[in-house]
Design a binder for this molecule. Structure first.
Ligand code: NAP
Length: 255
């Protein structure tokens, strides 16, 4: 998809991967709608990339709907939606408050589904558009201590795959970018630091570049880092061995 002049909404662009992705889209000549929850951080990033700030708490239903309406009103259309906003949670499911479970599902899964539902029709009507989902290796393999987070990311993956089939005859491309461990404020926000030595965290730039590449080149799926795609392959070929290794080495830090 030609990015010059395209209207691109990046959710969760006030920090981390979304921040860099917003800058990368702006550098390609796109008109960038910088979404965030924190007004000061979001406005700062919007100023930095020459975009427009849109503030919304994606855990709030009215905010999600307002965000879609404001995004369309800004330039009369949205050509690209990057569903990137999200946060993590680390700890056993039995110790999770139901409100914490609900919040994770609302922000990490429902918000992306709802924004897609509201912005996709315009793209299909114009026969031009792209929707990119930032998922996670956690959604492909499952991770102990991150069951609900992993479930939301698996949900995004399956939603995207189904949507790709649904929109196959339109000019709208659906993509997923699957990151491993990324060096952002994600771990600080979830309240549990990443403690493993390997795999080493990759920079947010690597994931942001994959997002832009997926949209620009109409790709269905990209991994960051690329070698990580071996994990679900090993799991499919040798599930028993994979589970034993995951219990022995996993659980204390995967995103
Ligand atoms: N970092 C990793 O290791 C890793 C690995 C795999 C996948 N991912 C995924 O990558 C995406 C981006 O994460 P990141 O690493 O860039 O983390 P980050 O630096 O913590 O950024 C998270 C972004 O999501 C926004 N956000 C969080 N809760 C929100 C809410 N309730 N309403 C609206 N916006 C909200 C934040 O906005 P405010 O700051 O304004 O609140 C921020 O812009 C997430 O979906 C995450 O699951 C990350």
């Amino acid at each position: 998809m030609q990015l010059t002049g395209a209207v691109v909404l990046v959710t969760g662009a006030s920090a981390g991967i979304g921040h860099v992705a917003a800058a990368r889209f702006a550098a390609k000549g796109a008109q960038v709608l910088v979404h965030g929850r924190d007004p000061a951080r979001t406005t700062k990033v919007a100023g930095e990339v020459g975009g427009r700030a849109l503030i919304a708490d994606l855990a709030v239903a009215a905010d999600r709907q307002r965000l879609a309406a404001e995004a369309i009103n800004a330039f009369g259309r949205v050509d690209v939606l990057v569903n990137n906003a999200g946060f993590g949670y680390y700890g056993p499911v039995s110790a999770m408050a139901i409100d914490a479970i609900r919040r994770l599902i609302e922000v990490d899964l429902l918000a992306a589904l709802e924004l897609t539902r509201l912005l996709l029709p315009g793209m299909v009507e114009r026969d031009r558009g792209a929707i990119c989902f930032v998922t996670s290796i956690a959604g492909r393999t499952g991770v102990g201590g991150e069951a609900v987070y992993s479930a939301t990311k698996a949900g995004l993956d399956t939603f995207a795959e189904s949507l790709r089939a649904e929109t196959a005859r339109s000019g709208v491309n659906i993509s997923v970018v699957v990151p491993g461990v990324v060096d952002t404020g994600f771990f600080e926000t979830r309240g549990a630091p990443y403690t493993r030595r390997r795999p080493r965290p990759i920079p947010a730039e690597t994931v942001a570049d994959a997002v832009v590449r997926a949209v620009e080149r109409d790709r269905a799926e990209l991994w960051a880092p690329r070698w990580l795609r071996i994990a679900p392959t090993v799991r499919a070929l040798a599930p028993g061995a994979f589970r034993r290794l995951a219990i022995r080495f996993g659980g204390t830090g995967s995103p």
